[in-house]
Design a protein. Structure first.
Length: 259
């Protein structure tokens, strides 16, 4: 169950929408996901979007929280919070916060982006150390990427196998090369009814957490919201599944197939 909320952040960072004159989100949007690890209802995670300001600049402020519950928390306790402040006009992140506690593994970092100086300053609140990281104007953090993609990509002309590439920064490991491959459309049965989805494969690094490079599959709603509906992951030990469990404050109608 290690890195449950890192997996969810990958899910959050791949919500996609069309740039067709319709905004994909608005302040007040709230999403809740139920995570299953094997037969266990392992945890819940939420995303909450509001308006804010950073140095008088109007921004969106998104807070992602994940926590194990019930029987699963006896074996592995997860209590994670991720935050991002990103520009309302161009989607660039100005600040990213990560507070992680996963079975004794902890992280407490803040990243501030300074585009005029082409750098980001990462502060480790546990060690007191600071790290300068070179960045460009198209960098995203793990949460801001979700909302950036939701307003800037459309898939009407995409063919199966086509990919999107993006640079992300969310940790002291530096810039992360992220790639998302489009696999086509699929209708899923959900607690809300049948939902037509766009299916993707985030390409990730194999190792401690993931079984192999292409062990993640993601489905997002094929409507103007493009919110995550389901994610499946084959881990080094076991498998994980996350489903959209509740939502509120969507900008656009959530399309359900009634038959």
């Amino acid at each position: 169950m290690k890195k449950i909320c890192i997996l969810l952040c990958i899910l959050f960072s791949t919500s996609l929408s069309a740039q067709n004159g319709h905004s994909a989100f608005k302040p007040g949007e709230w999403l809740k996901f139920r995570i299953h690890y094997g037969f266990l209802n392992a945890s819940y995670a939420t995303l909450n979007l509001t308006s804010d300001k950073v140095d008088s600049i109007p921004v969106y402020h998104v807070v992602g929280k994940g926590k194990t519950t019930g029987f699963a928390s006896i074996f592995f306790k997860v209590d994670d919070t991720f935050e991002s402040y990103f520009d309302k006009k161009d989607g660039r992140p100005y600040r990213f916060i990560r507070k992680t506690n996963e079975g004794g593994y902890t992280k407490d970092i803040e990243i501030d982006f300074y585009y005029d100086e082409k750098k980001a300053i990462l502060k480790d609140n546990e060690s007191g150390e600071e790290l300068d990281i070179e960045v460009h104007n198209r960098i995203q953090d793990l949460l801001s990427a979700s909302y950036y993609l939701r307003d800037r990509y459309q898939f009407d002309d995409f063919t199966e196998g086509q990919s999107i590439n993006m640079d992300m920064l969310f940790d002291d490991d530096g810039v992360f090369k992220f790639r998302l491959k489009y696999l086509g459309k699929e209708v899923l049965r959900t607690k809300f009814g049948k939902v037509e989805c766009l299916k993707f494969r985030p390409l990730v690094q194999s190792g401690r957490v993931f079984k192999e490079k292409e062990s993640l599959t993601l489905w997002v709603s094929n409507d103007l919201n493009k919110i995550p509906i389901r994610i499946k992951a084959d881990l080094a030990i076991g498998s994980l599944k996350a489903d959209l469990d509740a939502f509120n404050g969507l900008k656009n109608q959530f399309k359900i197939i009634m038959n």
